[in-house]
Design a protein around this ligand. Sequence first.
Ligand SMILES: C[S@@+](CC[C@H](N)C(=O)[O-])C[C@H]1O[C@@H](n2cnc3c(N)ncnc32)[C@H](O)[C@@H]1O
Length: 314
Amino acid sequence: MAPDAFHSPALCREAVDALVTDAEGCYVDGTVGGGGHTEAVCMRLRGTGRVICLDADEDALTAARDRLQPFAERTLFLHMNFSELTTALRTAGITHVHGVLLDLGVSSHQLDAPERGFSFRGDERLDMRLDRRQMTTAWDLVNTADVDVLSRIFLEFGEERHARRIARRIAGARPVNTTGELRIIVERTVGGQHLTKTLARIFQALRIAVNRELEALSGALAQAVPLLLPGGRLVVIAYHSLEDRIVKSAFRAETAAGTEPQNPFARGPAPEGRLRLVTRKPVTPSDEELARNPRARSAKMRVAERTDVGTEHT
Ligand SMILES: C[S@@+](CC[C@H](N)C(=O)[O-])C[C@H]1O[C@@H](n2cnc3c(N)ncnc32)[C@H](O)[C@@H]1O
């Protein structure tokens, strides 16, 4: 497979520029996918430079391992969820790292692979698991969750205003076995207007729920901060507003602004937090990148740097 056929990495140069502060450092790619970002990181490394590569999806690890063969000495692959970041580093025998990269969501390969059941464009069994060791699939949610739970999923994770109507229609049509059957139910419920956007929201919502994506993200961000060395960077690329909001507020909570005392009469600068923002506004792809890779269109990258507050490893 051509290197970028699996997945073309979004904001690659920008992410690697932000992440690699020490060519001999140790980095974590929590979402190695097809290995595009990690390959670009490895090309910047020298001497003791290493990358610990995680992915919840075994197919991704296989593809990444293949692509990163020339950097076998620098890479370690672990089939783990990034919500287990602390355990992953412990497994690798590492206490602190120079940077953590999270490029969220799914890869092009996952979206396009028929048997994964992520896309509303095909007609495949509803699956959507990133990690196929996991028991719960999209089929389970669609066919067993009650209407309240389903409509909350569509509302909270898809921000879909027809959430309850769609949930009721699904419950009335069970069993719903395939992505195509689900698409037809949504089509019949909301009609032709803005159909593609509605389908995208419904499928995104199910995927987020099946993989508990937002909980995993919050957990990984909380774990990453104490694992970073002072000056180390946390680089996160989000693809929808729910993810980006979590990143933004987690970063803010760890910066000086987030730790500012509530007392309005307090004088002097706010105490420094454990993070300092490197990007005040999210970085988005250039027109040139979008022309080459339209799937990067919703990418938003935020970067924060570890201060030496609360570290004993300065
Ligand atoms: C956008 S792709 C990453 C692409 C990668 N940066 C590249 O250059 O090819 C997202 C990847 O993250 C993985 N992923 C998503 N959530 C995860 C999680 N909580 N833990 C581990 N991997 C996750 C997906 O399986 C997918 O392979």
